[in-house]
Write a new protein. Structure first.
Length: 399
């Protein structure tokens, strides 16, 4: 019975081994990454990385880090394959959650985290991950002492979303078991959440305890304050008194302006994106003359993972190759964009400087990036003269 009940952990590791070799690189790295590992307290598990919460009643025991390591080590001792056994021992710190039902039924749940790396993390979806893993997993398990083994790929409604999953059934040591593995990707991390039981009727009940986390930040605490030509952002730590010949648009006027610009763009995808971005425009101001000078501040919620890992410099490197084709689609010509440091509101910032022309008229733009928590702000000034851009940005200071 003990061998059968420890089978769950072997399956998790086998899946990782089948796709990415040893699959243990995350173990040493995860403990130092803030907001990557979940919290376990008073039988409640919270993972900001995965956006999940689960509260377990007194029938369940939540293992602490030391107990998880002991379980992983015990399972490793049962495996005859030395390479697999060593990999399982080394992967203990990648187990984010392990809970067991205390009635002797053998029911248990665990969450395994794997760092896919920047390359695989950028393009490997839950679906493609499983496509690669499933045949290799089936082949690996086929060589073990399991009778009536069956793996079925399924979609599964979990915590308000439809996820990729695998349903595994079999018999080990005379004990029939059923296991559902659900895959959740967040940034460059892949999690496998697994429920194991000897009774298939209990699996859905076990998984139903998980729910999506509520939004952590109140939008009202994120958006800046505008009064007349005064703008203050506690989130970004900046404030500005714009010149008298500038006009700050209200929230309604900003939405209308964004929609009007979107209507002039022929590219349907870009137009739709611009319309949908209206609510994230924290400030929109225009010069009350015929210069066409304007300023806007866009806020982007990077999410809990990228909000931890992505710096303004990395954000600029990702955005840079996308900006030129986007600007060319709206009619700019001879577009040149480069990154450079720029002193803004008392600090050196990462910025992007754009030069181009439209209908023979020169156009200049400076975009400054500020990161605060999980939010990235882009402060962008547009003008036909570089000197006026510097003058306007000089109106900003620390708040």
């Amino acid at each position: 019975m003990k061998k059968a009940l420890s089978f769950l952990l072997m399956l998790c590791v086998l899946l990782s081994l089948a796709v990415f070799g040893a699959g243990t690189a995350f173990a040493a790295e995860a403990a130092s990454e803030e907001n990557v590992m979940g919290t376990r307290e008073d039988n409640e598990y919270v993972s900001e990385l995965l956006g999940l919460r689960a509260s377990f009643d007194e029938d369940w025991k939540m293992l602490d880090a030391e107990e998880i390591a002991e379980v992983m080590g015990y399972t490793a001792d049962l495996i005859s394959d030395e390479t697999l056994s060593d990999a399982l021992r080394e992967s203990g710190s990648a187990c984010d959650l392990y809970v067991v039902r205390q009635d002797g039924s053998g029911d248990n749940l665990n969450v395994q985290l794997e760092d896919l790396g920047k390359l695989y993390g950028s393009f490997l979806s839950e679906e493609s991950y499983l496509t690669i893993a499933l045949p290799k997993l089936e082949e690996a398990l086929g060589g073990m002492d399991i009778q009536d083994l069956a793996l079925e790929r399924q979609t599964y409604d979990f915590a308000g979303d439809t996820r990729q999953s695998v349903l595994i059934t079999g018999n080990s040591g005379g004990v029939s078991f059923v296991e559902r593995m659900i895959f959740l990707k967040s940034g460059q991390y892949m999690a496998s959440l697994t429920a194991f039981s000897t009774d298939s009727a209990r699996l859905d009940e076990m998984l139903a305890v998980f729910e999506a986390l509520d939004e952590q930040v109140d939008t009202a605490d994120v958006l800046g304050e505008k009064q007349g030509n005064r703008y203050e952002s506690e989130l970004l730590g900046i404030a500005a008194d714009l010149p008298e010949n500038w006009y700050v648009l209200s929230t309604e006027e900003t939405a209308q302006a964004m929609g009007a610009v979107a209507d002039t763009i022929s590219d349907e995808t870009l137009s739709d994106q611009l319309r949908q971005a209206g609510a994230t425009c924290d400030l929109y101001a225009i010069a009350l003359d015929e210069s066409g000078d304007n300023l806007n501040i866009q806020l982007e919620n990077l999410g809990l993972l990228y909000g931890v890992l992505l710096t303004p410099k990395e954000y600029a490197e990702i955005a840079l190759p996308q900006l030129k084709p986007a600007l060319e689609k709206v009619g700019f010509r001879n577009v040149q964009i480069e990154t450079e440091d720029y002193e803004f509101a008392g600090r050196d910032r990462v910025s992007l400087r754009m030069t181009a022309e439209m209908n023979g008229v020169p156009a200049y733009e400076r975009m400054i990036l500020i990161k605060s928590g999980q939010y990235m702000a882009s402060i962008t000034v547009f003008s036909s003269e570089l000197e006026r851009i510097d003058a306007l940005l000089g109106c900003f200071g620390e708040f």
